[in-house]
Design a binder for this molecule. Structure first.
Ligand code: ZN
Length: 211
């Protein structure tokens, strides 16, 4: 829980900077790329092999890549077209809430293993500040006054703590009902989310301010 709370604080700090100070994009993008690459490597070398022990390599790779592709498509949809900031802010906030839930869920569920208990919080910490900053910039552009943008960004990033809070009970219930498949699918979704964050942090950005 401590890790998830600290991650949420980092994201809130980023959101405040985005809303009230504008941008410090250079540092932010370096952090985002470092965190993204680290999370991509964690997904590839630690989480997907763990999924494979539960549901086999073929399904592990398929599910993780499918989740990543789904997130890429959603991101492209939000970034493209003639959407005005006001049009996309609802779906963007919803998508970021789900993403934050997975961040919190992931950091808690992967805290059980020695290597991931260090690597995952580190990768997420590097990625949370730029994530909050980008979210702050976007919400500020589409919402006024600034207090409303702050509230929306804070609430959305607060889902990180909710993810970490519900993880033990939800995973216990799921594992009891669905056996190994439950954790296999949960970890595949988290791996897909990490792959997406890594891909997104290095992909040529047509829209610098997206998350
Ligand atoms: Zn995140």
């Amino acid at each position: 829980m401590l890790a998830a709370s600290l991650l949420t604080l980092l994201a809130w700090g980023g959101a405040v900077a985005g809303i009230f100070l504008g941008q410090s994009r250079k540092l932010s993008s370096h952090l985002a790329v470092t965190g993204g690459i680290l999370l991509f490597a964690i997904a590839l070398f630690l989480v997907i092999p763990e999924v494979a022990t539960r549901i086999g390599w073929t399904l592990a790779v398929m599910f993780s890549v499918a989740v990543c592709c789904g997130l890429v498509l959603l991101d492209r949809w939000l970034a493209r077209g003639n959407h005005s900031p006001a049009d996309v802010i609802g779906p963007l906030l919803a998508a970021t809430a789900v993403h934050s839930l997975l961040d919190g869920w992931g950091v808690r569920v992967l805290s059980a293993q020695e290597l991931t208990s260090i690597a995952v919080p580190l990768g997420l910490a590097l990625h949370k500040l730029p994530e909050g900053l980008a979210l702050g910039l976007i919400t500020r552009r589409s919402m006024s006054p600034a207090g409303k943008a702050l509230l929306a960004s804070g609430a959305v990033e607060g889902f990180t703590v909710i993810g970490a809070l519900i993880e033990p009970r939800a995973d216990q219930l799921g594992a009891t009902r669905f056996g190994d498949w439950w954790m296999g699918i949960v970890l595949a979704i988290i791996a897909g989310s990490f792959l997406f964050v890594g891909f997104h942090s290095v992909a040529p950005s047509r829209h610098n301010s997206r998350i």
